[in-house]
Design a protein around this ligand. Structure first.
Ligand code: FPP
Length: 252
């Protein structure tokens, strides 16, 4: 496969789905799918670094996931805790900055503590960026952003007359991240499920049949191969895009 780096997305966001079905297929408990899914995170991050894709965002736990059986929720929280404890030193070694987006305050204390520790330990890096969406939902993100914005108006720091997308964007959890270029969902489901709904306004979508625990380098390369043939138009015409890319080539 001959992929030119200029055709790579700068920011990939992935809905990691299919852990339960992967485990079921193997006659194992659901948590073993989640555990293997944690391993996939390490691999996918490594491939992104190899390909110089600087931003990777992963949907790990939605606000709706609290409705799962308590035993699965506890096992997932243990897994997040364990992952952060074990993985932070690898993130430091690989110079990856970790971000966690979502309502972190509502997570169990032991997870919160590890989140704080990992965020602080990796805050100095800026080249490589791993973002985990935990207790995340686009709608709650919007609610939190609007609350913060309304408070800022109340304090006289914002003027609603001057409100723009850039203003509201600066109140989202993702305020310091570029928009995702490429959203991948594994396991054959074709929904966004309340993930980065505003940020993905112009993202390309890709749905892979592969369950997340099996989503390896080959599966990611296949997705990227598909991405490279897309024409991203941002509301312009194909002709305008061609002209723009010709101008870009003539100046670089
Ligand atoms: C969706 O698959 C996956 C989740 C709700 C959890 C994702 C968690 C991991 C990948 C574990 C590791 C994560 C971190 C951050 C260490 P599903 O359970 O809904 O699968 P199904 O649709 O096949 O049941």
């Amino acid at each position: 496969m001959n992929l030119s780096p200029s055709k790579f997305p700068k920011h990939i966001a992935i809905i990691m789905d299919g852990n339960g079905r992967w485990a079921k297929k193997k006659g194992k408990p659901r948590i073993s799918g989640h555990r293997q899914g944690g391993q996939t995170i390490r691999e996918v991050l490594s491939v992104c670094q190899k390909l110089k894709i600087r931003y990777l965002t992963l949907y790990a736990f939605s606000v709706e996931n609290w409705n799962r059986p308590q035993s699965e929720i506890s096992a997932l929280m243990d897994l997040f805790h364990h992952f952060l404890r074990k993985e932070t030193k690898n993130l430091i070694k690989k110079e990856v900055r970790l971000r966690v987006i979502g309502r972190i305050d509502e997570l169990p204390e032991k997870v919160r503590k590890e989140v704080t520790r990992s965020l602080e330990a990796t805050a100095k890096f800026d080249k490589w960026n791993l973002t985990l969406a935990v207790n995340y939902g686009s709608r709650t993100e919007m609610v939190d952003a609007v609350k913060a914005y309304a408070e800022a108006i109340h304090r006289g720091k914002e003027n609603p007359e001057e409100c723009s997308w850039e203003t509201l964007n600066s109140y989202l959890y993702t305020f310091d991240l570029p928009d995702p270029d490429f959203i991948i969902r594994t396991s054959g489901e074709t929904r966004l499920s309340n993930f980065l709904m505003l940020q993905s306004a112009y993202a390309e979508m890709y749905f892979s049949k592969v369950y997340w625990p099996d989503f390896d380098q080959a599966a990611l390369l296949e997705a990227l191969e598909n991405y490279k043939d897309r024409e991203r138009r941002y509301g312009l015409t194909g002709e305008q895009i061609n002209e723009l890319s010709m101008t870009e080539h003539s100046v670089t």
